[in-house]
Write a protein that binds this ligand. Structure first.
Ligand SMILES: Cc1cc2nc3c(=O)[nH]c(=O)nc-3n(C[C@H](O)[C@H](O)[C@H](O)COP(=O)(O)O)c2cc1C
Length: 182
């Protein structure tokens, strides 16, 4: 697949089935991430693949957040569980923190490039993904479950990986609406 096709075929998958992605494809995607541009070569991104046992704990945390003062509705509970357990892989993307604000901003840009490289590599292998940043990605309990020290690293997203339905098409900006030659 050429680069233009990979870019245009990448979509955020919201509903995953349970088909597993071969590890070799995941490793190739992480390698692609490591080729992201990175000022001063700080390579500030970290990826942790989370297995089912911990995903169940994260699902429990998500349920706690969603239903704090309400009774559990079985259908919604099932939906949350599937969201956490269905995708083949859940990779936690984090950024190593830096005391220097400019460096930290540039590091975040590099992390975003790394995640995009990872997603495009997956597209090339016929695999879908989703970058999510909901409340669950930043609670104290989530850091505890995953084993990340919030003083050292910031979780910048959950990357869900697997196979699933493509979402509806999005109307994109036209080249002529955002690019002029003077
Ligand atoms: C930094 C970032 C955070 C995102 N967080 C979420 C999220 O929390 N939940 C979600 O459903 N999608 C999330 N997305 C996916 C976007 O909603 C999605 O990229 C957008 O709707 C465009 O769709 P596409 O990725 O298929 O082009 C996130 C994307 C980015 C880049």
């Amino acid at each position: 697949m050429n680069v233009q096709d990979a870019i245009k075929n990448r979509r955020t998958i919201h509903s995953f089935n349970t088909k597993l992605v071969p590890e070799i494809i995941i490793e190739r995607a992480i390698e692609a991430a490591n080729y992201a541009p990175c000022h001063l070569h700080t390579f500030p991104w970290r990826f942790i693949s989370i297995k089912q046992e911990k995903r169940q704990l994260l699902a429990n945390e998500a349920l706690d957040l969603k239903f704090q003062n309400h009774s559990l509705d079985a259908i919604t509970k099932e939906k949350v569980l599937k969201k956490f357990l269905n995708p083949s892989h859940l990779i936690i993307a984090s950024q190593v923190l830096n005391a220097d604000a400019k460096r930290e901003l540039e590091d975040y840009a590099a992390c975003a490039c790394a995640i995009q490289n990872l997603s495009l590599s997956l597209v090339g292998d016929g695999v879908g993904s989703k970058w999510s940043t909901g409340k669950i990605t930043s609670t104290q309990q989530t850091y505890k479950i995953i084993g990340i020290d919030p003083n050292q690293e910031k979780i910048i997203g959950f990357i869900w990986i697997g196979y699933g339905e493509l979402p509806p098409k999005i109307k994109r900006p036209l080249v002529t609406s955002i690019f002029w030659e003077w």
